[in-house]
Design a protein around this ligand. Sequence first.
Ligand code: IMP
Ligand code: MG
Length: 299
Amino acid sequence: MTVSPSPPETVAGQRPALKFAHPSEAEFARLLDFYGVRWQYEPRSFPLRYQDDGQLLEAFTPDFYLTDYDTYIELTTLRQSLITYKNRKLRMMRELHPDVTVKLINKRDYLKLLEKFGVEPRAGSAIPAIERILFTEREVQARVEELGRQITRDYTGRELVLIGVLRGVVPFMGDLMRRISLPVRVDYLSLSPYQPDDTPLRFTKALEEDISGAHVLVIEDIVDTGMSLHRLLQYLERRGPVSVEVCALLDKRARRLADVRIAYSGFEIGDEFVVGYGLDARQQYRNLPFIGVVHGEVR
Ligand code: IMP
Ligand code: MG
């Protein structure tokens, strides 16, 4: 099935001088490098349509391949007229190669992604209003209690270290750890935000506990693209734990790029921007006891 040869895999900070078809692809590659997500650019073409004589008529070459996640990414930040064409190709791709994971990022998704990683700040600085409540305080507390029970059951007799990812995890961590009826150690980590100018990622709060020989449970408020979690797991796995699992209060599966495994998930939610119970919009709303959806488009 492979048509084109693969370019060398990238190592973060050591990018070969690749020619991208579009600047948005270069930006996307920088984002992946920042989080240590390994990628290849257009490594493979998938045949879609043949002539009667067997000659290849049409093929699909996704822009990126995430080697750790066996996932192809197609960036469609082009004109609307091309999107219909691309969508058709993608449909054929899914029919003919159902075993291959391809994620499409259209222009709107891409702009949301850039904004999320702080590349293009939202126009204006108004704090968005809360549109509706997604999970009440009671629903959140009930689910946290269940998660605590499950974790207690699974980790009985093991040396457990809970590692919370700042800042949004604070209320969840506080409630969850009190529902875990086991001896545990607790630590926190914090990552510097993405910088589009090649500034490398830093841990603004590094790990202080020794986790070698211990079972680690990473506690997250929300997993969105999965890229920050990918980087965190990479960092933790180098420190010799027996196991590393993830517990996330919210799982925005529809937006996942790095398909990290989440062993304990509180709620799966759609592609909406949520606030409260630790989550912020422009640093507001973290102190709300419930989880709400903010009003309007992100852009
Ligand atoms: P990821 O690397 O894309 O998975 O980023 C996860 C981080 O993005 C979370 O820890 C949050 O800080 C932030 N985030 C993602 N979605 C939301 C949301 O709906 N509300 C608030 N913060 C969010
Ligand atoms: Mg976070």
